[in-house]
Ligand binder design. Structure first.
Ligand code: TRP
Length: 322
């Protein structure tokens, strides 16, 4: 059985775009692969130096993924920071990769372009990510387009290690660039934390309703025919509802006599049907941090076994082990 690995950066309130574009597809992998899911807390630390927020976001992510169906008995779910060997491996990679390759890293270059002075952690970010992947012998890493370059770096590193120290030293990961479902936010741009246009997965029903009702729509009269394609309400509806429901809504809008208010009500109901059943479970999981720690620690035990095996192999090959 091949291994898939998913890294989740705990940076903010998980939203509907994350659920539809990332969480749902990632969870289906567990049916076909030995699946590891880890919370990349030390990747978040490149940008977040607020201990309370960082800790809270780790629990938010853990409770979210569990509430959305991650089964910790069938998968390996853990905190990145629980396995410090990842830093040892990323150091090894730092000694094998030209600094110039990291200077071309998108995240680092973008920060420079914005006039920031990025920390060395952001510079080395792709190699910590490569270590995340290679430490656990991951064959497949599903990522969105924004992570494509990071994955190419991880692949280059693995190939280089095997070239220098012998085939089979590490597993070379396959890129699996997901055509991610584009979920629009409330203002029509891509749903994103940075645009503050998102619908939190676990907003209360009331918050959800008021967020949906705020979506800007056309102002055609009720009986006027309306073009659904390209509108925020319909695009969101299509992302959440079934294909036949979406078709039905498009037909009604085009026919006239069906208003944007009706479409929003249908959208609210579709989102609520998706997240409603998970809401109570999330609240229950989120309030017991000790229980979440236990789940993540059990996952870390399983991850550690794989990590130790990889590091023994790597250390021996590179001349560090006795
Ligand atoms: N960099 C990824 C992101 O920002 C998170 C991540 C960290 C990751 N390590 C990983 C993803 C390893 C896949 C594999 O979303």
């Amino acid at each position: 059985m091949k291994t898939s690995l998913t890294g989740i950066k705990p940076t903010g309130t998980p939203h509907l775009g994350n659920l539809l574009g990332a969480i749902r597809p990632a969870l289906t992998l567990a049916e076909e692969y030995r699946s590891l899911y880890f919370i990349a807390d030390y990747h978040a630390f490149t940008a977040t130096h607020d201990p309370k927020a960082l800790r809270a976001h780790v629990y938010d992510v853990a409770a979210t993924w569990l509430a959305c169906g991650l089964d910790p008995a069938k998968t390996i779910f853990f905190r990145q920071s629980s396995i410090p060997e990842v830093f040892e491996l990323s150091w090894i990679f730092q000694c094998l990769v030209a600094a110039g390759q990291l200077e071309r890293g998108h995240a680092y270059k973008d920060a420079l372009a914005r006039g920031e002075s990025p920390n060395a952690g952001l510079f080395a970010y792709p190699l910590l990510m490569a270590a995340d992947i290679i430490l656990y012998d991951a064959d497949v890493v599903p990522v969105g387009k924004d992570q494509k370059q990071h994955l190419e770096i991880a692949r280059d590193v693995a190939v280089r290690v095997n070239h220098l120290f012998g085939e089979g030293t590490v597993v070379v990961p396959e890129p699996k660039i997901e055509e991610q479902l584009q979920v629009p936010g409330l203002d029509g741009r891509k749903m994103s934390k940075s645009y503050d246009n998102y619908v939190a997965i676990f907003a209360t029903q009331k918050e959800l309703k008021s967020a949906v009702m705020k979506i800007v729509t056309g102002s055609e009269a009720l009986d006027a025919p309306k073009e659904p394609e390209g509108t925020t309400v319909f695009t969101l509806y299509r992302a959440v509802a079934s294909a036949s429901e979406a078709e039905e809504q498009a037909r009604k809008l085009r026919a006239g006599g069906y208003g944007w208010g009706h479409a929003k009500q249908a959208l609210f109901e579709a989102i609520d049907a998706e997240v409603g059943p998970k809401r109570a479970l999330y609240a229950e999981l989120r309030q017991d941090e000790a229980a979440l720690d236990r789940v993540l620690d059990e996952g870390a035990e399983k991850a550690r076994t794989i990590a130790h095996r990889t590091m023994q192999r790597v250390r021996a090959r590179i001349g560090i082990a006795r």
